[in-house]
Design a protein around this ligand. Structure first.
Ligand SMILES: CC(=O)SCCNC(=O)CCNC(=O)[C@H](O)C(C)(C)COP(=O)(O)OP(=O)(O)OC[C@H]1O[C@@H](n2cnc3c(N)ncnc32)[C@H](O)[C@@H]1OP(=O)(O)O
Ligand SMILES: CC(C)C(=O)C(=O)O
Ligand SMILES: [Mg+2]
Length: 535
């Protein structure tokens, strides 16, 4: 049974990632890469894989043939090759598709006057005859023939109706309407499809398909409008890649039909609340497929890309995070798991609030009392002002700094300023508050900025010690990572350590040194050895 007779109660997903998608400048794929994507598309559950344009190159011929052999199994998808309306193209497509259990030849010819006049240099009657002849020629190889009148949306309607009627009479089983230059608005697409359904007498014997380009950012909206007007196949690509600004994105079409099923149901003559899916796509495979295509084509996904962008399930602002924590649906219309992501993401950054901060700390096993939480939250906001995203490791460092180091008595760092460079002597100026509440400021030069900090803190605290270890570790990746400084000091036969984190490692060094000094200071207190604090 052909797909045309099976599928009028759902949308046939025709994936053209490997043909139109590969036409994205720079996205060329080799045979192995195309095969890997085709296998994943089959797992995703697309109905048709347009595997390439067999005549385009020996590599594309082999790719179509290999996919036909290895993915085009009896229980697998239809494998399709594009072909111009020429014998040579159709023969190449037919040859490459031979191993497929369900082969489809997709042949096309332009129908708009601008294409006829300037590109094909042919009259309407010539194009009509070619369409008729080449569809029949394709039909001599396979049962399943798709015909596309290229630039349909800019074609004079009466001529378009004529070409379609002739192509169907010649044996086309799918009629695809391309908005080749992405020119239409959704309303115009609706009018175009309505016109075709009303004026092409044999149109009901075929599957009507839509192919939308994204030049005005309307590809998905146009495809959905076409569905509302009776189209039952959508041509789309993973991540919306494709010629120029790309094609309608498969993940957007599929998830729109899934999430808004109750809106679309009446267009399929179903009860509004019917629950059966409107496509055969296994949506949980979407994320994996999207990542694979991005990786192999080298086409990065913009972070705010609908459905599959890194931010599509991420929440940064406090009000949204608070809502999500209380009830997910307050700010999410679909679950991350529905596209195969383990979970949504609460991103901690400068717009985050206490609820998200507290919740994340709890997940990390860090339960703080209200006072410590407030201190840590204030520090978190300071760091977030400097750093785009606060990771779990950053959080742990912040909490450790605020709760372990600052809670106990000792010297408090008030201010640190360092001047350094390749033609200046590194100089640190530091202000500390002593345990007795005195404010002391001093400055010192050093062999480097960290040494200058070390020298001046020692002069301020007046507690003899020897620096035996100084190490810096980047807590997270990236140029704005928090650096954690660990310092070990020797006093007589005892070792005291201190640690602190900051986006500025010299500041972290000052805090870490003072933390170690404070441990030493408290030790001296317990030994009743007075520290010599300068006036
Ligand atoms: C809207 C779309 O996405 S259509 C698909 C576009 N994709 C591609 O073009 C990718 C693959 N293309 C190719 O590898 C090459 O262009 C080929 C192999 C198809 C053709 O290469 P060439 O023979 O060197 O022709 P070239 O690309 O220079 O020009 C295209 C020719 O096809 C003709 N042509 C274009 N569309 C059609 C058509 N649907 N049916 C018949 N002929 C067509 C053009 O008029 C032109 O013919 P001319 O050389 O007699 O003027
Ligand atoms: C080959 C056709 C369907 C096409 O890609 C277009 O017109 O955009
Ligand atoms: Mg296209």
């Amino acid at each position: 049974m052909s797909i045309a007779s099976q599928a009028t109660d759902r949308v046939i997903i025709f994936d053209t990632t490997l043909r139109d998608g590969e036409q994205s400048p720079g996205a060329t794929l080799n045979v192995e890469e195309k095969l890997a994507i085709a296998h994943q598309l089959a797992l995703l559950g697309v109905d048709v894989i347009e595997a390439g344009f067999a005549v385009a190159s020996p590599g594309d011929f082999i790719a179509v043939k290999t996919i036909a052999e290895q993915v085009g199994k009896v229980d697998g998808p239809i494998i399709c090759s594009l072909a111009r309306a020429t014998r040579k193209d159709i023969q190449a497509a037919a040859e490459a598709l031979k191993p497929a259990a369900h082969p489809r030849i997709h042949t096309m010819i332009s129908t708009s006057d601008i294409h006829l006049q300037y590109q094909l240099k042919k009259s309407r009657s010539e194009v009509l005859a070619i369409a008729q002849e080449m569809v029949a020629f394709a039909k001599s190889f396979v049962d399943d023939v798709e015909f596309s009148p290229m630039d349909a949306s800019r074609t004079e309607p009466e001529f378009l109706y004529q070409v379609l009627e002739v192509a169907i009479a010649a044996g086309a089983t799918t009629i695809n309407i391309p908005d080749t230059v992405g020119y239409c608005t959704p309303k115009e697409i609706g009018i175009l499809i309505q016109g075709i359904r009303k004026n092409v007498p044999n149109i009901d014997s075929v599957i009507l398909s839509i192919h939308t380009q994204n030049d005005l950012g309307l590809a998905t909206a146009n495809a959905l409008a076409a569905i509302e007007h009776g189209v039952r196949q959508v041509e789309c690509t993973i991540n919306g890649i494709g010629e120029r600004a790309g094609n309608a994105a498969l993940e957007e079409i599929v998830m729109a039909l899934q999430v808004r099923k109750h809106y679309f149901n009446p267009y399929f003559s179903r009860p509004v609340d019917a629950d059966a899916p409107l496509t055969n796509v296994k949506t949980q495979e979407i994320y994996k497929t999207s990542s694979l295509v991005s990786q192999l084509t080298g086409m990065l996904i913009q972070p705010n890309k609908a459905i599959v962008g890194a931010n599509a399930f991420a929440h940064e602002s406090g009000i949204h995070q608070d809502g999500i924590i209380k009830h997910r649906q307050t700010y999410e219309i679909m679950e991350a798991a529905s596209i195969g992501l383990p979970e949504n993401r609460i991103v901690l950054g400068k717009h985050s609030g206490r609820n998200a901060f507290r919740t994340r700390l709890k997940e990390l096993g860090l339960e703080l009392n209200e006072a410590d939480l407030n201190k840590a939250f204030n520090r978190f906001k300071e760091v977030a002002d400097k750093k785009k995203e606060i990771s779990d490791w950053d959080l742990e460092a912040i909490v450790r700094d605020e709760t372990q180091n600052q809670a106990e008595s000792g010297f408090q760092l008030e201010h640190v300023q360092v001047i350094c460079g390749d033609c200046t002597c590194p100089t640190a100026t530091i202000t500390v508050v002593t345990p007795e509440g005195k404010i002391l400021t001093d400055a010192s030069v050093g062999t480097g900025p960290v040494d200058a900090v070390y020298q001046v803190i020692n002069r301020l605290v007046q507690i003899p010690n020897q620096l035996i270890e100084f190490s810096v570790q980047s807590v997270t990746g990236g140029i704005d990572a928090l650096g954690t400084v660990t310092i070990r000091l020797r006093y007589q036969d005892r070792i005291f350590s201190g640690q602190a984190s900051d986006t500025d490692i010299v500041v972290a060094a000052a805090y870490a040194h003072l933390n170690a000094v404070n441990r030493l200071y408290r030790y001296l207190q317990t030994q009743k050895i007075p520290a010599q604090v300068s006036e």
